[in-house]
Every structure is written in structure tokens, then in C-alpha cells.
Write a protein that binds this ligand. Structure first.
Ligand code: DLL
Length: 436
């Protein structure tokens, strides 16, 4: 693969060599965590694990897990392993309530992330003469800047379009002739379906590959995107806590995603017991980001459901591979690529005396775009027949939900006591999106 930015030595090393490398990096990371990150030192103490107990990969399972709650409890910077003056960038994603999960990157972390993203783009054959259209959002979300830095590092041309404004996206696809598209799979389908609205056909486009991720999608969706946009669709996986996109990616030979295992040690564990599962069994994906300096994490439970495979791929890479993530073991929703926890919405709604804590969240996919509606009961004290008053309250709630979650929702106020009640565990979220 001459001319590509990838790492043949690492990506094709033997499994024994990889395990040794991972072990060395793990030991170093444990040492750093214990000396610099009080919350993790306390967890180890509580679990009765000494740094000296961890000698390599064989002892990985002895380490305590971390989870999104560790970010909330140590908000904003208590998860950092270096002082703030070494942090050059912050990214963040939704936590379960009002507090974001804040991740700090040193210069070295940005380099590491960029290298992993370059390895991802190399799996889709990206080279210097390519032009990359990035339609993931730029900002706290890692979808924009992750590919952006890698496209520049490769020496290709980055078009930082960011998300939204379909008319403009299509104009740019037509006028600037990008060869690579980076966006969520649902937005790729939406773009494809809107081409005709803007008098555009596949002959007007030069796209040949796309890197789609940030939300679950299916192989059927992939086939549709490939056919409608005339490109090869790659699955790109990642999460802000670990680095952003570039943690794993499909190559040209199939549906499994190669994990950048020299940086991110992957395990799959039983959702009920936390016990490590053998390759081939489905469970929760757990990562240890052992080379990160700013916010390293040990045994971080992503709650994404998948299974692992080892062995040499037809492309020659030997890195472990994970199956497409099609679901999560927790209640996190991904709406237009943005992570949203129902608890975040409730926290906002309950600040308003005008409504009661009885609500239903409905999510649909209309023209390949996610639409969220929240129906919530008015408080009997504020119940009103005045359309003007109702609309005013709905608008206020809509603005608050958008500002708290980054996602716009339709708010519908309903009469007191009109939503279903349940004595058992009530399901307040109805996700009608059928992944085709
Ligand atoms: O979604 C990072 C990213 C950006 C990945 C662009 C790929 C492309 P977060 O916002 O922190 O980070 O959300 C992470 O999104 O735990 C999964 O549940 C889901 N997710 C990410 N990629 C995929 C994928 C970015 N390829 C959460 N397939 C993760 C399925 C995905 N789910």
C-alpha cells in the first residue's frame, strides 16, 4: 500500500507481538492512572488491586471498569491525567444528565487520533489526490475535526462543510467534485434522495468512497447508499471518550471493523456480570485507551453491543476485528448522530412547573432524517385552553431541550392524566426507526 498513510508494522504484526505491546502499554497506563488520576486510584484501592499486580495483558481483567458516571462524578476535568496547561483541545459529548463527558487532548493525543484516522481513511484507499467532503458537525462533536486533520495529514484536500443545509451540501458535491464523503449513514441516504430535488444526477458527482458512522446502520443501508451515491461505503466507528472516529474501520474486504488495537485494547464482556467473553460472543464492548495522555481510560464500558474476531484478514491486516455495532445495552439514543439520554430530557422538562413528569418520547425516521417528538402532560395548575399560551410553553420547552441536548424536538403538550400509566416498568421511549 505505497503512498497510503497507514502503519504496516503495527497493522500487520503477529498477534503475540501485539499482545506483548499492549501489555507494556497497559502497565505504563496503570502506573500513570494511579499516580495522576485520583478517581481511578480510588477505584483500584476499592478493588484491592495494586499497580504491581498488573504485569501484562493476562491481568487486564483484574482492573476495575470505568463508565460514563465517572465523567459525571469528575466533571469537568477530574478525569484528566495531565495538568490543563498540557491540554490543547477539549471535546465533549452528552452525559446522562446535564453534564457533558469532557475529554482533554494533548498534542500527542491529537497526533495519535490523526494517525488512527489516517489508518481508517487508508482502508478506503484515501490518498493525496483525493478531496474529502466532511459533512459531520464541527465543534465539540469529534466527527468533523477527526477526519479533517487526517485528510490534511494525508495531503489530500479537506472541505469542512459541517452538517446541515442539504442544498448547499449538494451544490458543493457538484461544484467541488469531492471524491470522499464523510457523514452519518442516515444523512448520506438523505443526500442521495435529495439529489433529484436539486437537478443532480450521479454523473454530476465524483464520489468514490464514503466513511459513515456515529450511529447504528445496517448492511442493507450500506447497499442502498452505495447504489444511490455510486461509491464504496466504509463503516467508521469511534466514541469521544476514546478519541472520536478512527477507533475501528472496515477495509475493502468485508463487514468487520479493524480495531486500532495498539492504542485501544478491546474486550467484550457479559452485560450482566462484566465477565470477559470469548471471541465470537456478543456482549458489551470495553476499551482501554492505554496510549492516551490527556484522558486515558481503563476498561471503559461503551455499552455498544458487538463481538470480536481475530485472525488475518484478506487485506493482510492482523488487528482484531469487531462486528458492526447495531445496538446498545443502555438507554442512550442517537438522533441525527447526536447522543441523547432520556434522563437529559427529563432533567430539562422538570425544571418547568407548567408540566408534569409524565411524558412519552417518540422517534421516527422521515426521509432518512430522525425526528423526535416529546409529548408531555400539562400540570393541572397550568392547564389552559388558550392556544397562544400552549404554543408559548411548547416553544419555551423546545428551546430548552435543544439547548440541553443539541437536538431539536417537536414538543406537544397534552391534557393532564392523558398519557398511559404503568405499575411496572414504564417504557417512555418509543423508537420507531426501522433500520432497513
Ligand atoms: O459518534 C464518533 C464518530 C464520529 C464515529 C463520526 C464515527 C464517525 P460520540 O458522539 O461520542 O462519538 O458517540 C459514540 O456512537 O458509542 C456508538 O454507540 C455510536 N457509534 C459511533 N460509530 C458507530 C458506528 C462519535 N460506526 C457512540 N456504528 C458509540 C454504530 C456507532 N454506532
Amino acid at each position: 500500500m505505497k503512498g497510503y498513510i497507514w502503519n504496516e508494522k503495527i497493522e500487520c504484526m503477529s498477534q503475540d507481538e501485539m499482545r506483548t505491546l499492549q501489555g507494556e502499554r497497559l502497565v505504563d497506563c496503570v502506573e500513570r492512572m494511579v499516580t495522576s488520576v485520583p478517581y481511578y486510584a480510588a477505584k483500584m484501592k476499592a478493588a484491592g488491586v495494586e499497580p504491581g499486580d498488573i504485569k501484562g495483558m493476562d491481568e487486564l481483567h483484574k482492573l476495575p471498569f470505568t463508565d460514563k458516571y465517572d465523567f459525571a462524578d469528575n466533571y469537568p476535568f477530574g478525569t484528566f491525567a495531565v495538568p490543563l496547561d498540557q491540554i490543547v483541545r477539549l471535546h465533549a459529548s452528552s452525559g446522562t444528565t446535564g453534564k457533558q463527558k469532557v475529554v482533554g487532548y494533548t498534542h500527542g493525543d491529537i497526533d495519535l487520533w490523526t494517525e488512527c484516522m489516517c489508518r481508517s481513511l487508508a482502508m478506503g484507499g484515501m490518498r493525496k489526490n483525493d478531496v474529502g467532503h466532511v459533512a459531520y458537525g464541527y465543534g465539540f462533536f469529534t466527527g468533523g475535526l477527526g477526519p479533517h486533520y487526517a485528510i490534511e495529514r494525508i495531503g489530500a484536500t479537506a472541505i469542512p462543510v459541517s452538517g446541515g443545509n442539504t442544498r448547499r451540501q449538494i451544490q458543493i458535491l457538484k461544484d467541488f467534485g469531492p471524491t470522499i464523503l464523510c457523514c452519518t449513514p442516515s444523512y448520506a441516504l438523505h443526500l442521495a434522495d435529495e439529489l433529484a430535488t436539486y437537478d443532480t444526477t450521479l454523473d454530476d458527482l465524483k464520489l468514490r468512497a464514503g466513511f459513515f458512522g456515529a450511529e447504528p446502520w445496517t448492511l442493507e443501508m450500506r447497499a442502498q447508499i452505495e447504489q444511490k451515491l455510486g461509491l464504496h461505503a466504509y463503516d467508521i466507528y469511534g466514541l469521544s471518550e476514546i478519541c472520536g472516529p478512527g477507533v475501528a474501520n472496515t477495509c475493502e474486504y468485508g463487514d468487520l471493523l479493524h480495531i486500532q488495537a495498539d492504542h485501544f485494547i478491546a474486550e467484550v464482556v457479559d452485560p450482566e456480570t462484566g465477565a470477559p467473553l470469548p471471541d465470537g460472543e456478543i456482549g458489551e464492548l470495553v476499551f482501554s485507551s492505554v496510549t492516551k495522555q490527556g484522558t486515558p481510560l481503563l476498561r471503559y464500558n461503551t455499552h455498544d453491543l458487538t463481538r470480536l474476531t481475530t485472525g488475518t484478514c484478506a487485506c493482510g491486516r492482523t488487528t482484531p476485528r469487531m462486528e458492526k455495532v447495531t445496538g446498545r445495552a443502555d438507554d442512550m439514543l442517537i438522533i441525527r448522530g447526536v447522543n441523547v439520554f432520556p434522563t437529559q430530557i427529563v432533567t430539562v422538562l422538570l425544571k418547568f412547573g407548567e408540566v408534569e413528569p409524565h411524558y412519552m418520547i417518540n422517534i421516527d425516521r422521515v426521509h432518512n432524517l430522525d425526528v423526535m417528538e416529546i409529548r408531555i402532560e400539562m400540570s393541572p395548575r397550568f392547564f389552559s385552553d388558550s392556544i397562544k399560551e400552549i404554543e408559548h410553553t411548547e416553544r419555551k420547552l423546545r428551546e430548552e431541550v435543544a439547548s440541553a441536548t443539541g437536538v431539536s424536538a417537536k414538543i406537544t403538550l397534552v391534557e393532564p392524566k392523558s398519557l398511559p400509566r404503568s405499575e411496572g416498568k414504564i417504557r417512555r421511549v418509543q423508537d420507531n426507526r426501522k433500520l432497513q
